[in-house]
Write a protein that binds this ligand. Structure first.
Ligand code: UT7
Length: 334
């Protein structure tokens, strides 16, 4: 039976750096509050008209392909996770496919909507397609633009300070090595929390779908019950990591690097303590990029790999939690 392994990683972040002090000029917040509650120092925002979700996703994909030593032509399938599609429909997957010049080849492009857990969900989907022999090389992308959908006022400030823009990508390929690659993936959701971290409008349940009132009452902007999300995150992250360890007969100390979804530095720190891991075994870059939802794990993984923190033979754990609520984990033998 084939297994799947990550053979290339890439990321792209917009050049426009937005510091906490920059945000404090736009709304009632401070560098001190943001750093203390989230660990974030700065994030990237697109310049509208320059970057799109598709161009960022394609840039990350090109880097992943180059690192994998593969040409775009060798990709059989695209999976893309985003909560901020460029268009209501079609999904951003087909736009990235076109950006990469793969439109005439006609390969499939699947969009998934699992927010912060999107990348790990996508990894699991890619793994299943490869294990069954359906595809050999899959491009998995997470791309997000939050900056254009946040409200920079008192109502939205607890949300606006945490999110940032960017994209990450991985090339996942079939391998005959039985002891390498994606060992296990675990996917969960609890829809009873759907409204606790959500954007309600525009909505197909309303006619018209978008009204001036929706702009006025804030329903076009994300709402988040921050403390409830926080509490559930610090419970679900360790739970789903332990589930992956149990499925593969590993112990927490066997993990060489945990790359959590970059939700909040305080969440990652709590998870690290619950799992009994030393600081150097948990990768964080939220300080520089904020929370980029579906893009956060591939950006972090790509940087960790560039920095030499992921080595051949390492046991890498990915874990995510977010809107839905959804949560997920993966264990990878590099
Ligand atoms: O990817 C998964 C998605 N999201 C998450 O994982 C986020 C999980 N939640 C969190 O990380 C935290 O709940 C936040 C960082 C979002 C907020 O931190 P918090 O400690 O839960 O703050 P809070 O919303 O309860 O607000 C505490 C205080 C309030 O003031 P009072 O009522 O105590 O006077 C807020 O009005 O801080 C105020 N506040 C702010 N002050 C300055 C809220 N946002 C800000 C802000 N700047 N940006």
């Amino acid at each position: 039976m084939k297994r799947s392994k990550i053979v290339g990683l890439g990321h792209y972040v917009p050049t426009n750096i937005v510091t906490n002090d920059d945000l404090a000029q736009r709304m009632n917040t401070s560098d001190e509050w943001i750093q203390e509650r989230t660990g974030i120092k700065e994030r990237r925002y697109i310049v509208p008209g320059k970057d799109t979700g598709a161009t960022m996703g394609a840039a990350a994909a090109r880097m992943a392909l180059e690192n994998a030593n593969l040409s775009a032509d060798e990709i059989d399938f695209i999976i893309l996770g985003t909560l901020s599609p460029d268009m209501d429909f079609p999904g951003t997957g087909v736009l990235v496919q076109r950006e990469l010049g793969l439109d005439k080849k006609g390969i499939g492009a699947l969009d998934i909507r699992n927010q912060c857990s999107g990348f790990v969900y996508g990894l699991s989907i890619a793994d299943q397609f490869i294990r069954t022999g359906m595809y050999k090389n899959i491009l998995l992308i997470g791309t997000e633009i939050h900056s254009t959908g946040l409200e920079y006022n008192d109502r939205g400030r607890h949300i606006s300070v945490i999110f940032g823009d960017g994209a990450g990508a991985a090339v996942i390929s079939a391998t005959d090595e039985q002891d390498k690659g994606i060992l296990t993936t675990h996917l969960h959701a609890d829809g009873s929390f759907a409204e606790e971290l959500a954007v309600a409008a525009p909505s197909s349940t309303q006619s018209p779908r978008l009204t001036p009132e929706m702009l006025e009452d804030g329903s076009v902007y994300p709402v988040m019950n921050g403390q409830l999300v926080f509490k559930n995150a610090v419970r679900r992250f360790p739970e789903v990591i332990r589930e992956a360890l149990k499925a593969t007969d590993y112990q927490p100390e066997d993990i060489d690097l945990l790359i959590p979804h970059q939700a909040n530095l305080r969440i990652s720190e709590a998870v690290r303590r619950f799992m009994g891991l030393p600081e150097e075994k948990v990768y964080n870059n939220i300080m520089r990029y904020g929370n980029t939802t579906a893009a956060s794990i591939p950006i972090a993984m790509s940087e960790a790999w560039q920095e030499g923190k992921i080595k051949e033979g390492d046991l890498i754990c990915l874990a995510a939690f977010g809107s839905g609520f959804t949560w997920a984990s993966a264990l990878i033998r590099w």
